[in-house]
Design a protein around this ligand. Sequence first.
Ligand SMILES: Cc1cc2nc3c(=O)[nH]c(=O)nc-3n(C[C@H](O)[C@H](O)[C@H](O)COP(=O)(O)OP(=O)(O)OC[C@H]3O[C@@H](n4cnc5c(N)ncnc54)[C@H](O)[C@@H]3O)c2cc1C
Length: 431
Amino acid sequence: MEEGTTTLPTREEAVAAAEEAAATPDQAGGFTMDLTDEQKEIRDWVHGFAEKVVRPAAAEWDEREETPWPIIQEAAKIGLYGFEAIAQFWADPTGLTLPIVNEELFWGDAGIGMSIMGTTLAVAGIFASGTPEQMAEWVPQCYGTADDPKVGAFCVSEPDAGSDVSSLRTRAKYDEAKDEWVLNGQKAWATNGGIANVHVVVASVDPELGARGQAAFVIPPGTKGLEMGTKLKKHGLRASHTADVFLDDCRIPGSCLLGGKEKLDERLARAREGTRAKRQAAMQTFEVSRPTVGAQAIGIARAAYEYALDYAKERVQFGRPIIENQAIAFALADMKLEIDAARLLVWRASWMGRTGREFTSAEGSMSKLKAGEVAVWATERAIQILGGNGYTREYPVERMHRDAKIYTIFEGTSEIQRLVIARAISGVHIR
Ligand SMILES: Cc1cc2nc3c(=O)[nH]c(=O)nc-3n(C[C@H](O)[C@H](O)[C@H](O)COP(=O)(O)OP(=O)(O)OC[C@H]3O[C@@H](n4cnc5c(N)ncnc54)[C@H](O)[C@@H]3O)c2cc1C
């Protein structure tokens, strides 16, 4: 794909056009399922990028298994990739813009979509624990500039600590004399691991305290002691870089501890005294981020459904389009039904997160669980509807199916989501 060939509007132009459009109804007072004009404009703008830039390049980058830098640059150039973009999507008071953007982008292609959106994992990590000064310093560095975009990585998982994040072995020790932290350990499966400008790393500062003895650190660009391990060859999401990261006497300034030393010391003291952790606060953080991941899965599912619907109308067997058979038509009806149901769960949880509602039944986990499982199921159905063609790389649905599978694994597996929901609804510590 050549750079600089698109004539898409910038985000500012799209938003300005929305503001000029018919007056947006005041939605503050009453319930509505209508999107605002600004949400629709942003949706259509991202859809245009997904359709014209992302989708035509999807098969190529899936085969190459490389980060699609020219497309990230293109996204940065029009204002879709960067600090300002994510800030604007987040600013929407209804919370719907972020899932809408994710759905449209991943409708274009999930591997490329993750290359563009993977940085938000690191940004979310900084937002979750950082001070305002740390956010101002590090979030822009995660993205780089429009001319020289960068990516960020969020490294929590380890070879022996995936679902069980309380058992992290990566250690962070404080060198008081130098006011530096020294990190040692291995991180696994990190999106953008080793190629990121900024790595956000979660490490144990007091292993005896388990999850309560952990803290998040920013590893600045070019820090010695951080090395990329194996770059993983994957089943799907192949345009997105995934690698192990090694930390070998990795020294960082004391100021790179997110939230600061004073707060950490207070937190550790409370944990040592045995004061109960605010479980609700921790749960709230995860519940807020999960619907966005669910929206990505919905984008994949919708792309496969739409492709299968068009195909079923065109493909003729026994003298009639295959959609005239109820077996095919009902499958498509079910796909549409499940995708829309999953989207409603995602939008509800996003709205709850943005408006500060309490997640009483793990609604964020529900949305991610449902969306991930619908994506796997719907993409498999799409392959079935395309028959032999669906199984080949000449058609996109097999790639969509490979891409969809990760949504029942990362950001909490389906089993872990069920565990969270079951605990939330029962109050019982189910194992
Ligand atoms: C493409 C990709 C990108 C990723 N990106 C990142 C990233 O950017 N940063 C990051 O930190 N991590 C990342 N991960 C890691 C991902 O979050 C983990 O793989 C995931 O959390 C699952 O952990 P695990 O693989 O160790 O599986 P395990 O925890 O070993 O689980 C294996 C199986 O056991 C089940 N299981 C485990 N415990 C229980 C239980 N208590 N009850 C019932 N079932 C259980 C699981 O559901 C699963 O089916 C990524 C992974 C992939 C593949």
